[in-house]
Design a protein around this ligand. Structure first.
Ligand code: HPA
Length: 243
């Protein structure tokens, strides 16, 4: 099956609500099997992948990023809209706010970062603009139109997880001018670029980073804030598909 656009749903975004005529496909790739939900909206073919699986069974360091991106490449979708729950490293990026990411810093440790392992040749991709500038511009315009609480840019630092950070780490990352922290954007964004797909992430701030936050963090808090603000992401993505 083919698609015009793919959505990768992160924490709290597990099902492709609003899509019509949905069909599930178990797509085999060289890297593993991916559950893709195909549907349509506004006459566009949309494919949805839940990054952590339908019931959040796959932790960030075990997500099969290569299989997910390869699956999207196989169904011929040229654009990817992704969501990501993030902790904030600065007081003016508040829980509930959206951030249209524009840069990342990689602090992960043991993932499969490339399709170019040497078997299919050697490649060194350019990441001056790691997130698709065109898709980012459209996300910014759409967020303005929809009156969302959002920030036009943000540097995402990706940690290995699945643990949350120490306050010392959060303070270090903030001093490095990172804005938000999460566990999944690397290597997803890199792999999408290797396949020459137009990829952008809307991050949602679910909490302040450890030490900025006055209380210990839990996955429950992250999921609850995500659940309370999911409406905005849905509106934004469907606006993007429609326009
Ligand atoms: N740290 C890392 N990942 C996260 C956080 C955080 O504070 N919140 C949501 N995802």
């Amino acid at each position: 099956m083919q698609a015009d656009i793919a959505i990768i749903g992160g924490t709290g975004v597990y099902d492709p609500e609003l899509l019509i005529d949905t069909k599930e496909e178990l797509l085999n790739t060289k890297y593993g099997c991916v559950n893709v939900i195909h549907g349509s909206y506004a006459n566009k073919k949309v494919a949805f992948i839940a990054r952590h699986g339908k019931e959040h069974h796959t932790p960030p360091h075990k997500v099969n990023y290569r299989a997910n991106i390869e699956a999207i490449h196989k169904i011929n979708a040229k654009k990817i809209l992704a969501t990501a729950a993030v902790g904030s490293l600065r007081l003016d990026y508040r829980p509930g706010d959206f951030v249209i990411l524009d840069q990342f810093v990689d602090f992960t440790k043991r993932r499969n970062y490339t399709f170019f392992d040497g078997d299919d040749g050697v490649a060194h991709i350019d990441l001056t603009n790691p997130y698709c500038p065109k898709l980012r511009d459209r996300l910014i315009q759409a967020s303005q139109q929809l009156n969302l609480n959002f920030h036009k840019r943000g540097t995402y630092i990706c940690t290995e997880g699945p643990r949350f950070e120490t306050p010392a780490e959060i303070s270090l990352y903030a001093n490095w001018n990172c804005d938000v922290v999460g566990m999944t954007n690397v290597p997803e964004v890199i792999l999408a670029r290797e396949k020459e797909l137009c990829y952008a992430t809307v991050a949602m701030v679910t909490n302040y980073g450890a030490g900025i936050s006055q209380h210990p963090l839990t996955h429950k808090e992250v999921s609850e804030v995500m659940a309370n603000n999911i409406k905005g992401i849905r509106e934004l993505f469907f606006y993007m598909i429609e326009n």
